[in-house]
Design a protein around this ligand. Sequence first.
Ligand SMILES: [Zn+2]
Length: 160
Amino acid sequence: MSLAIVAIGAKSTSGYRGSMSSIAVCPSCGTKNRVPVASSGRPQCASCHQPLPWLVEAGDADLDAALNTDHLVLIDLWAPWCGPCTMVAPVLQRLSVRYAGKVKVVKVNVDHNPRSSARFDAQSIPTLVMTRHGAVVDRIVGAQGEAALVARIEPLLVTR
Ligand SMILES: [Zn+2]
């Protein structure tokens, strides 16, 4: 009986079920690393141990797990048909590199995740919601440039 439980536990912790992780290229050494949606600590490069850009996709099923971190989370509520969302995407990519180990970027496709969309009141997109320990600390509606987003993120990092 206990053997069966061990086997189930090992299976659920090892796999992350395919799409439950993303690949991050280490900015320091170029190694490709698998970054899980949910993790207790911040991701590090397996090769050189530098902090990795932290950008994952989450949805209704795993958003709570994705937000369960001590670090600042920037949720991007977006959809593929939204032009401004497409403009913000590379900015968020750069922010995930700039704030590697400090900010976790979580992308949520509102079309596929209506509960998450309603939870964060994504009336128009892109809506960017910043959370700490699952609580909303700031929200920005509409596309913003990198400098504007940095200005909103920096004070939130100081008050941690
Ligand atoms: Zn590396």
